[in-house]
Design a protein around this ligand. Structure first.
Ligand code: ATP
Ligand code: PRP
Ligand code: MG
Length: 290
């Protein structure tokens, strides 16, 4: 059975929702860090800061964990990255760790930053490695957050995370370089991954979590189509996969069903109706397993 570490903070709410939708519901009250779960593969769940999760997974306190790629890299943890999971607090979860300076400064890229510059960051190791590679020796000041507030008075440069770019913009900062791109990762302890029984359990959990993410933003549509309209309808459907076509009982009609992206449904349904589709049904999908 598996021990799993779940992130507190910006990933917490979305992670709990993901587990619930994967039918791995974590039962927890507010501020409870040792919640329960009823699943034959899971022994224990603990909620921890995502900065610490990769190291505890590496050290074998947990078989499985969820954290960002940024924290796996920053903590230099030796874990197996078993899945990319594109979700975060707000959107698809792709964020960047960037070098930023006050907008008016004549710095074009990080190479132009002077040795001795003060740099505020929550990622001191990534920052040191980045500037070491450029041969620039900077004065790194550890940041506990609100990093953007510190330029220009307290520091000269920041290395911070950006998703929408709004915090940088509102504080008069400009990106001059990108250190890395990050997204949420499902990570496993090496020994657990190499243990056949544990690996089977880990893979089963991974299938369920990824199936939920895969189904997001997609719906299933099915409609009845007279034989002479079949080719027109099939070619109007988006080419995600070949649609299922089956003949209706004692009729010249066919049932046509396929998965489509929810974002195109507003254009597609009226178009299918015009092309001769009847009884069009749209259904929510909760999981897709490839
Ligand atoms: N604004 C954001 N948008 C998208 N992802 C983010 C954002 N802030 C942090 N993350 C990602 O979420 C993960 C969790 O990081 P962290 O615990 O530092 O979250 P946080 O929201 O910054 O927490 P806190 O609010 O306490 O600072 C990290 O891997 C990070 O890449
Ligand atoms: O590009 P944006 O969408 O504006 O998001 C980026 C901001 O989000 C995070 O801050 P957080 O909310 O974690 O606050 P903190 O600085 O106190 O950690 C990050 O450190 C940036 O400040
Ligand atoms: Mg933060």
């Amino acid at each position: 059975m598996l021990d799993i570490a779940i992130p507190k903070g910006s990933l917490e709410e979305q992670t709990l929702l993901l587990f619930k939708q994967a039918d791995l519901e974590i039962r927890k009250t507010d501020r409870e860090y040792n919640p329960t779960i009823k699943d034959p593969r899971i022994k224990k769940i603990k909620i921890l800061r995502p900065q610490e999760i990769p190291k505890y997974v590496e050290e074998g306190y947990f078989d499985l964990g969820i954290s960002g790629r940024d924290w796996v890299m920053e903590s230099e943890s030796d874990v197996v990255e078993i899945a990319d999971m594109f979700y975060s607090k707000m959107g698809e979860g792709i964020v960047k760790i960037v070098v930023a300076v006050p907008d008016h400064q004549e710095i074009k890229s990080a190479k132009d930053i002077k040795s001795g510059s003060r740099v505020s960051t929550e990622y001191p190791r990534l920052t040191k490695r980045f500037f070491d590679n450029l041969g620039i020796s900077v004065d790194i000041r550890y940041s506990y957050g609100a990093t953007e507030a510190k330029v220009p008075e307290l520091v000269d440069v920041i290395v911070d995370l950006t998703e929408t770019g709004s915090t940088l913009r509102k504080n008069g900062l400009r990106i001059v370089d990108t250190i890395l791109e990050s997204n949420t990762k499902l990570i496993a302890n090496k020994k657990s991954w190499n243990d056949p029984a544990k690996r089977r359990e880990i893979e089963e959990i991974r299938i369920l979590l990824l199936a939920v993410l895969e189904a997001r933003g997609k719906v299933y549509i099915v409609m009845n189509v007279p034989e002479d309209r079949l080719d027109g309808i099939v070619s109007a459907l988006p080419a995600m996969k070949n649609p299922t076509v089956s003949k209706l009982y004692k009729s010249d009609y066919y049932a046509v069903g396929t998965v489509v992206s929810k974002s195109e449904i507003n254009i597609l349904i009226p178009e299918l109706k015009t092309l001769g589709a009847e009884d069009i049904l749209e259904m929510d999908i909760t999981k897709i397993v490839h």
